[in-house]
Design a protein around this ligand. Sequence first.
Ligand SMILES: [Zn+2]
Length: 399
Amino acid sequence: MAVRRREWLKTIAAAAVGAAGSPLLNRAHAQTSARNNVNRVQPLALKDYQPKSMLHVPETHVPRSRFPNIDFHTHLSWVDRKGKADVVTHTATPDEVLKVMDAKNIRMMVNLTGGYGPLLEETVRHWQQPHPDRFIVFTEPWYGKITMPNYSKFQAEQIAAAKKAGARGLKVLKTLGLYLRENVTTGPLVKVDDKRFDEMWEAAGALDMPVAIHVSDPEAFFLPTDRFNERYEELSAHPDWSFHGKDYPSNAELQEARNRVMQRHPRTKFVALHTADSENLPYVSECLDRYPNMYVDIAARIGELGRQPRMTRKFFDKYQDRILFATDATPHGDETPQQIFGNELYEIYYRFLETEDEYFDYAPAPIPPQGRWRIYGIGLPESILKKVYYENAARLLGL
Ligand SMILES: [Zn+2]
């Protein structure tokens, strides 16, 4: 029916053009062209495109989480290189952060990037010591020492020293596998399952310090940044996030190396950050089934989880004892809108976990920063919310 109507309209238009001699039809034709000119669409750069959803759907505002929560994945400090020395940069003051925590029902925050050696001690002094019931600090490997002949033993001893200094766990950034090289910044890449770290993984397990490990990244980061790449805009904004080509391992190789580490150290608990591989939940499920010492967090991945809400909901059902609430929150992290610490960020996470709202933004930003899509709430029941918000993390951290 639609086709026939379109053909019929075409015939009318052709007749109007053909009847050029008729003044009446000429006027009608002129009016149509004027209207077409008004409606002519101007070219538009992708970066300027901000379509507004026309859906009429419920919008639930969730100002506080249903239960007090522990944000297992935040960056309240970083180790930066200044000249020849490593220094700690705090991204906020405790008071600034506590204000949002109190407003949003955040009981505790885990600052994963706490540094190592004397830098860790400084981080503990800034965050954990004045507020031991609100902030927890993790330590990181001292990669700059990897060329030491006895690095393996040194690094294991550092974990024990970090525990004494107050660290409650170990954080491993994607540095291991994607940045760290034999001579720190030059030479071949050091693999995630490099034997030199075996003593470190063992020490963490023996000291009851969970390992928060970030391995790999979205699959699109390993593909060319071209018109088929669904993260084209994100990779254009952060070209250094692309691991396509060069000597980089594949996403699968990185994950398999992490799996071998978990297998070799069954007493150590590993939290695979960013849901391990949030784009491939069947694979993450396989890993969780195979390695009982594996957990996951959801930091900076509700954009992925929320665009496959049915699969995600089943995933939460099945692994409700091994999923941790986490956001990757970074105060003043303006370059990564999906991580900007503040009221708005937490409200989006709560809406995703607690409601069945349809098609909303996963980040507090005018353009979805990780890809051009929106997400759906998974409406978890109270029993699962309690575990994900608080109980699983409390058990893991020995609180
Ligand atoms: Zn992070």
